[in-house]
Design a protein around this ligand. Sequence first.
Ligand code: GAR
Length: 209
Amino acid sequence: RRRIAILISGRGSNMVSLMEAARAHDYPAEIALVLSNRPDAEGLDRARDAGIEALAIDHKAYSTRESFEQALDEALHARDIEFICLAGFMRVLTNWFVERWAGRMVNIHPSLLPLFRGTQTHRRALEEGVLVHGCTVHFVVPELDAGPIVAQAVVPVVPDDTETSLAERVLEQEHLLYPQALRMICSGRARLDGGRVIFTDSWDASAAL
Ligand code: GAR
C-alpha cells in the first residue's frame, strides 16, 4: 500500500472520504499523514479522531514560501510519504515543491477543467450559464489547475441553483471521485506517460457517467 499524505486547509470532507475508502483492506493506499497549513483547520481534528497523525505547519510562521515548503517537504520525508493528495489545500505551491513531487501529487478541483481554474468556480459557472459542471482530479504541475486529468465527474446545473446548492451537488461527486481516482493511480490503472494520463481500464475514468 502506498503511503499517502493529504494536505488540507479547512474542513477536510474530501480527506474524510479518502480516509474512509482507505479503510478497505483491498485499497491500494494508506493515509499515513494529514497536514494543514492552518492550525485551526477543522479537518485536523477529524483526522485525529480517525487515528491518523495530523500535523499543522503554519505558513504564517515562515517568512518565505520556500522555507514553508521546505518544512512541509521535511515532514513528508520523515514519514516516508510516497504520494500527496491535495484536498482543499489553499496555498499555491512553488515550482520547486511541484517539481520535487512531480508525478506523485494530485489535486481535486471543483470544476470541469480546463474550465474555471482558480477560485469561486461555482459562482463563475453560474455566471457563465453553463448547464453542466463538476469536478476534476488531476496531477499537479507548476501552472495552477492545469495538470494531466485523471478523473472527472459531471453534475447538471438546474434553474434555481445558488452557489451553495451547486457546490453541494459537486461536493457529493468529489467524495466519490477522489477515492476512485486515487485507487486507479495506486493500482497502476492510471499512469502518467509523457505528460498525459494513460488508462488501462478506461471505463473507470468518468465516475459519474
Ligand atoms: C473542495 O470543494 C475542493 O474541491 C476545493 O475546496 C473544497 C474543499 O473542501 N478545492 C479547491 O478549490 C482547490 N483550489 P473539503 O475541505 O471539505 O474537502
